[in-house]
Design a protein around this ligand. Structure first.
Ligand SMILES: Cc1cc2nc3c(=O)[nH]c(=O)nc-3n(C[C@H](O)[C@H](O)[C@H](O)COP(=O)(O)OP(=O)(O)OC[C@H]3O[C@@H](n4cnc5c(N)ncnc54)[C@H](O)[C@@H]3O)c2cc1C
Ligand SMILES: NC(=O)C1=CN([C@@H]2O[C@H](COP(=O)(O)OP(=O)(O)OC[C@H]3O[C@@H](n4cnc5c(N)ncnc54)[C@H](O)[C@@H]3O)[C@@H](O)[C@H]2O)C=CC1
Length: 502
């Protein structure tokens, strides 16, 4: 029997999770309260630190992420103490968390930043892999080196990155939608990008921001695992840079896309043999030499809802994430969002006293700005962690603060298919209904620009390629200037629109 937690008289600020959200929150608390001890409890042996942070415009930001041993964080902030152990239970009434190492920790204010885990199409099948942290990415790479054909399910960030990066292996890409990349793009942008997939020649990568990983202290850490049952921190931008994503053969992209369908049934080899069903060969065009033959026997077979069956070496389920809430829910009456996250208000406060949440684990349940939406991304994890710390600090001295400016406008910079991609505001006209217009400019192989307008005001934009328009568009969305008079000039490449709005 565990001893009951003592009452919350001398509790500390406690943060759970060593990802971007948790580390940013702990750092900010440490700065605000230099004479208090801040406890960071994390299941993973390494933490994620934001370095070289640069505010490039009002809302767009750039930074590197370093995976570091937790001692580096403690050295930088002597008042942060890191405990490497998973939280197994939260007793919110007693203001106490219990960790797997058998200890209990009393908090005065707690911030839950335990991230999320892959939402797999089926649990417990050894041929279905998810990618989240360093361990799962390495396992995927190991399997890929032996693979002749894999299947990728899902149409979001991970799938987009994988189909472009994988070489030397046939890829069957199964998507529910008509066009690729539905979480980020409309059909027009998808068409612009698709030409890159058919391009057989690998091209030089453009210089872009990289996630840097420290090697210092990492040797023993790479062998270490997150505490039993827990995942490590999520990977971030350019997670695949250090991995050689090459299959068993010598060629670049070989991708077949099955659109508007899902997985109906997965058969193991023997099950499939008994079923006497027939699988298809890899679809090829006339000048294509297929690497696999009709005679191939695969470890696993997938029947799709369009009745087609393909065999493959393994399946990647890149089908989104589920917030890591289990250890915190039992016995605690949290309000939980439809996506399974802990609902937080505009001060990152959950529905329970003194408990905050930030990053992938939470569901933003405040009334958002008309041009902001939550997406489980690196930048939002940092912004939420930082703002949660500010709110915790203010509340502990009886003050209140205004919502941080970063939640005024959704802004995401990333790279897909070797193009720089900037997404702003309601970039896909999300929630705008039919009452909006789109302005488009596209130069094949170079750039794709889309502006979303409603009642003459810019509500969002997609900028693919080196467009140099992000700051101007960011300002136009933020100041909600009436642009009706400019019409199509707005995207005319012969007009320098920055001059218009200076
Ligand atoms: C493959 C991949 C590529 C991505 N690429 C991008 C990208 O290009 N751009 C972008 O913006 N975003 C990207 N993301 C998303 C981004 O990485 C996440 O949104 C972000 O890192 C979430 O941060 P977090 O701190 O909320 O959670 P996490 O990074 O998941 O951290 C959670 C932490 O909590 C710990 N933890 C979990 N359970 C417990 C427990 N019970 N007790 C104690 N500790 C616990 C974990 O060990 C971990 O340290 C990518 C994600 C993946 C998986
Ligand atoms: N460059 C970037 O910004 C990147 C961001 N990420 C982030 O990492 C996280 C995980 O990435 P993803 O797994 O790609 O999630 P995601 O949320 O980006 O995409 C999930 C995709 O899976 C599809 N899907 C869901 N259930 C399905 C089912 N049963 N069958 C078929 N398809 C299904 C959805 O329609 C969607 O296309 C996300 O938060 C994502 O935003 C990941 C990689 C790159």
């Amino acid at each position: 029997m565990e001893a009951p937690c003592s009452p919350p008289t001398a509790g500390k600020f406690v943060v759970v999770g060593g990802g971007i959200a948790g580390v940013t929150c702990a750092e900010q608390l440490a700065i605000n309260f230099p004479s208090e001890d801040i406890l960071l409890i994390t299941a993973s042996p390494v933490i994620k630190a934001v370095t070289n942070f640069k505010q490039v415009s009002k809302v767009l930001e750039e930074f590197d992420v370093e995976e570091q041993p937790s001692t580096m964080l403690e050295n930088r902030f002597p008042n942060i103490k890191v405990i490497e152990s998973g939280v197994k239970q939260l007793k919110s009434k007693e203001h106490c968390v219990l960790t797997e190492d058998g200890n209990q920790h009393i908090y005065k204010k707690l911030c839950l930043c335990a991230g999320a885990k892959p939402k797999l199409i089926c649990e417990g099948n050894p041929y279905v892999l998810g990618i989240r942290d360093t361990d799962s990415a390495q396992e995927f790479q190991k399997q890929l080196t032996k693979a002749k054909r894999i299947m990728i399910i899902g149409n979001g960030g991970i799938a987009l990155e994988l189909v472009y990066e994988i070489e030397g292996c046939e890829v069957i890409w199964v998507i529910k939608d008509k066009a690729i990349g539905n979480t980020f793009f409309d059909a027009g942008a998808a068409e612009f990008l698709t030409s890159k997939l058919i391009d057989e020649k690998p091209e030089a990568k453009i210089a872009q921001k990289r996630t840097r990983y420290t090697t210092e202290g990492r040797k023993k850490e790479t062998q270490a695992r997150a505490s039993a049952g827990n995942v490590g921190s999520a990977l971030g931008p350019d997670w695949h840079e250090g991995l050689d994503l090459k299959g068993a053969k010598e060629f670049s992209h070989k991708i077949h896309i099955e659109t508007m369908c899902e997985v109906k049934k997965i058969y193991l080899q023997e099950e499939f043999r008994i079923s006497e069903k027939k699988s298809l060969t890899f679809p090829r065009d006339h000048h294509d030499q297929s690497v696999t033959t009709d005679k191939e026997i695969w470890p696993v077979y997938v029947e799709l809802t369009n009745e087609k069956i393909y065999g493959c070496d393994f399946i990647v389920s890149a089908t989104g994430v589920t917030p890591n809430t289990e250890p915190f829910l039992c016995g605690n009456n949290f309000d939980v969002g439809e996506d399974g996250g802990l609902k937080v208000d505009d001060h990152m406060h959950t529905s329970l006293p003194d408990i905050y949440a930030a990053g992938d684990i939470c569901t933003a349940a405040w009334h958002p700005s008309p041009v902001w939406q939550q997406m489980r991304l690196w930048t939002q994890a940092r912004q939420m962690g930082w703002y949660a710390a500010k709110c915790m600090a203010a509340a502990s001295v009886g003050e209140s603060i205004d919502m941080d400016f970063s939640f005024e406008l959704f802004a995401h910079v990333t790279k897909f298919f070797n193009y720089k991609v900037v997404l702003l505001g309601k970039y896909n006209a999300q929630g705008l209904g039919s009452n909006h217009e789109l302005l488009l400019r596209c130069t094949k192989g170079q750039e794709y620009i889309k502006a979303v307008l409603q009642n003459g005001r810019m509500m969002g934009a997609v900028l693919i390629g080196e467009t140099d328009l992000e700051e101007t568009f960011e300002n136009l969305i933020l100041n909600q200037m009436n642009l009706s008079a400019y019409g199509e000039d707005l995207l005319d490449p012969n007009i320098d629109i920055e001059d218009y709005f200076d």
